[in-house]
Ligand binder design. Sequence first.
Ligand SMILES: NC(=O)c1ccc[n+]([C@@H]2O[C@H](COP(=O)([O-])OP(=O)(O)OC[C@H]3O[C@@H](n4cnc5c(N)ncnc54)[C@H](O)[C@@H]3O)[C@@H](O)[C@H]2O)c1
Length: 422
Amino acid sequence: MKNNATGDMSRRQFIRTAAVGTAAASIGPGILRAQEDKRPLKAGLIGCGGRGSGAARDLLSADPAVQFIAIADLFEDKFGRTLDGLKKRGAATDDILQFVGFDAYEKVLDTDVDIVLMATPPHFRPAQFAAAVDAGKHVFMEKPVAVDPVGARMIMDAGEEAKKKGLSVVAGTQRRHEHPYVETQKRVADGMIGEIVAMRCYWCGNPVRFNPREPGWSDMEFQMRSWFNFLWLSGDHIVEQHVHNIDVCDWFFGAHPVKALGMGARVRRQVGDIYDFFAVDYEYANGVHCESMCRQIVDCARNVSEHLVGTKGWTNCKGEIRDLNGEMLWRYEGPKTPPAKTQEHIDLLKSIRTGEPLNEAQNVAESTLTAIMGRTSAYTGKLVTWDDMMESDMRLGPTEYGLGDVPIDPTQLPGKPWPENV
Ligand SMILES: NC(=O)c1ccc[n+]([C@@H]2O[C@H](COP(=O)([O-])OP(=O)(O)OC[C@H]3O[C@@H](n4cnc5c(N)ncnc54)[C@H](O)[C@@H]3O)[C@@H](O)[C@H]2O)c1
């Protein structure tokens, strides 16, 4: 995609409801350490849509004393619901800093927030995460964390920097914090199903969301408000949504795949430039394959799940392990609460407070890149290797942003037309 964003920066606004003492050019990174400092955490939120508000609620369920001092979004109209929710919980005051625009995240990072929650469309995550690490902030970032190989590698690099700085980083691949998954993974790692010989995973359901274009919206505003449907913003649904299930396979197997052969198409969707379905054959080390399937078409069979087969048994990854005859070997009977999306914040806060940083940047970057590898194979029709992805200079979308026009890429078709002369 060409960078033809018009730089319509006059629409970018900087709203500051009050000049509170937290504004922070003067405040250094000062990473919060628990034993030294029991004060309530100060949080910032970047991306005040559905998940951003949800992540803020989840953080407050994990620690009701957290205070939100700064929020950011591209659009001012996104603040209302988030602010109401925060104020109702006593987690924000009228002095909360509110920043609007593509560079609003930088202003949140300039305050003395200890922790920042990131829930914009994934296209923006690599630059925002790198800047947060640079600013010395602990991070919760939603999945996926990139839409292209360049972005995924930026996350890996920034994750390494975060390690050096002792920062905690938790990603929104919440199954890694969900008790039945965690307990099943431990047993698979301990050999309960023997050697893993095959895996499969699915996210088959409906399309996520589409906001019809309103008069006065530029191309960019339309794409931003319906971002799930655009490749450069969402990474396509294999990346945006199916990454959850792919992440489980990478996690349980203990490594990312080495190659992918995928296919897919667009047959029903009438907006945007992404596919309706993908089927990818991932090959992991030792010749183990994972069959991955995802579809977003209304009124079709649904399935969101992961399954592993080993030499001694098999598992649904979320609380059941059976032998090869189907007899139950183990079933998770422990607590199912707190919910995974709260537990991930409990784990994040614990890691900050104990000074033993949890850092999930590499894991989520690898799962994201696994999904991008499958997508790339489906789009091109070629076998794609992990090394291809680690060397690829593919970078989607503009490099400078404004609310002007941006073209919609034509949908990518693999192979060549056949027959050619009809
Ligand atoms: N873990 C989960 O189960 C889960 C569930 C839903 C969504 N998500 C992820 O959360 C993220 C957000 O999804 P959502 O459903 O909240 O979408 P959303 O559209 O409701 O919210 C995104 C918000 O980001 C804002 N935004 C866009 N670009 C921005 C920028 N450059 N700077 C600041 N703000 C910007 C938008 O205006 C919008 O308010 C996505 O990565 C999505 O995949 C994860």
